[in-house]
Design a protein around this ligand. Structure first.
Ligand SMILES: NC(=O)c1ccc[n+]([C@@H]2O[C@H](COP(=O)([O-])OP(=O)(O)OC[C@H]3O[C@@H](n4cnc5c(N)ncnc54)[C@H](O)[C@@H]3O)[C@@H](O)[C@H]2O)c1
Length: 297
């Protein structure tokens, strides 16, 4: 297949590029390098530096290649920043519309979209399944939900197959020696403590209603996540699928494993006690079973 990967120089996109090239596909990457790094992009991929909000640029790329499918990873993803810089995060929606319009014009039929558990907002119950109410509590999550809804319209009216994958907490290294540098996530923070860049880990709250009092999250290894994308290429009808393991891990479990200094601090607003995914639909539709251990032995 000829696959366009947007955001292919980023943390997850670069891992996906490597994997789908290994599987024998032709890969074309678009990235504006606002966060991604060109050196992460596999040499065998054709790389275009540019922004998805630039329609002329996009049209030029689409006119040069005949794509069989698109993996759309590009986007801004810092929830906190999204509450301040709305204009920047609105570009996630503009980019989505631009891609879909080019798909219609150039007859590209399939898109796999990186959505997020942020579309759910505060969990009403866990594990969260795909029918859980949708109520994002930050603008980032709102942009993901809007993109899903726009995909749904293009799917119904224009016959595009849109697979929206709602990721939970992605972590790990896919073999590129690169971990998500977004220090909102626990894993990069642990590595910062281990390397001496940071003195200790701050644990926000220790009196949650969880087995050890600290927050529980559903961590998914990037290798399993990328594998789910390759399986999604086989789907021929639009759908929305959670990507999480269904298993929760607490902050203290990480701390104990890595034996790093830590300190308890007050709870953060909007941090639910437990966030885990139901992964039943992913198993049923994709035949996907996560294999990687989140906390390595
Ligand atoms: N990492 C996670 O835990 C997580 C969880 C849920 C959803 N997601 C989603 O998965 C996708 C990939 O995440 P990531 O962790 O690899 O992030 P990342 O920031 O490492 O990668 C995103 C890439 O997109 C590029 N980009 C952003 N806006 C662009 C635009 N308008 N035009 C062209 N390129 C653009 C950036 O330069 C970057 O290389 C994102 O859409 C993110 O919202 C990630």
């Amino acid at each position: 297949m000829n696959i366009l990967v947007t955001g292919g120089a980023g943390y997850i996109g670069s891992a996906a590029v490597k994997k789908i090239i290994q599987e024998g596909h032709e890969v074309i990457v678009i990235d504006n390098l606002s966060k991604g790094k060109k050196e992460l992009v596999d040499d065998k991929a054709k790389f275009y530096e540019g922004d998805l909000i630039n329609l002329e640029f996009l049209k030029n790329v689409f006119s040069k290649h005949k794509f069989d499918a698109i993996m759309h990873f590009a986007g801004y993803k810092a929830a906190g920043e999204s509450m301040i810089n709305l204009e920047k995060y609105s570009q996630n929606i503009t980019s989505m519309i631009n891609l879909l319009d080019n798909m219609v014009q150039f007859n590209v039929k399939k898109i796999i979209f990186s959505s997020s558990a942020a579309v759910y907002g505060e969990p009403q119950y866990t594990p969260i399944d795909e029918s859980h109410p949708l109520n994002p509590i930050n603008y980032y999550g709102f942009t993901k939900l809007e993109c899903e809804r726009i995909i749904d319209w293009y799917s119904k009216q224009k016959g595009i197959v849109g697979i929206c994958l709602r990721y939970f907490n992605v972590m790990g290294d896919a073999g590129l020696n690169y971990r998500d540098p977004d220090a909102q996530n626990i894993e990069p923070i642990i590595y910062e403590v281990l390397s001496g860049k940071r003195e200790k880990l701050l644990i926000f709250g220790n009196d949650y209603e969880t087995p050890d009092g600290t927050c529980v999250r559903d961590y998914i290894d990037i290798k399993d996540l990328v594998h789910a994308h390759t399986l999604a290429l086989n789907l021929n009808s639009s759908d929305i699928i959670n990507l999480g393991t269904g298993k929760g891990t607490s902050v203290l479990e990480f701390v104990k494993k890595y034996n790093i200094p830590y300190e308890f601090s007050s709870k953060r607003e909007g941090d639910p006690a437990t966030l885990t995914a139901s992964s039943k639909k992913a198993k049923r539709l994709l035949g996907w079973i996560p294999k990687e251990k989140v906390i390595k032995n």
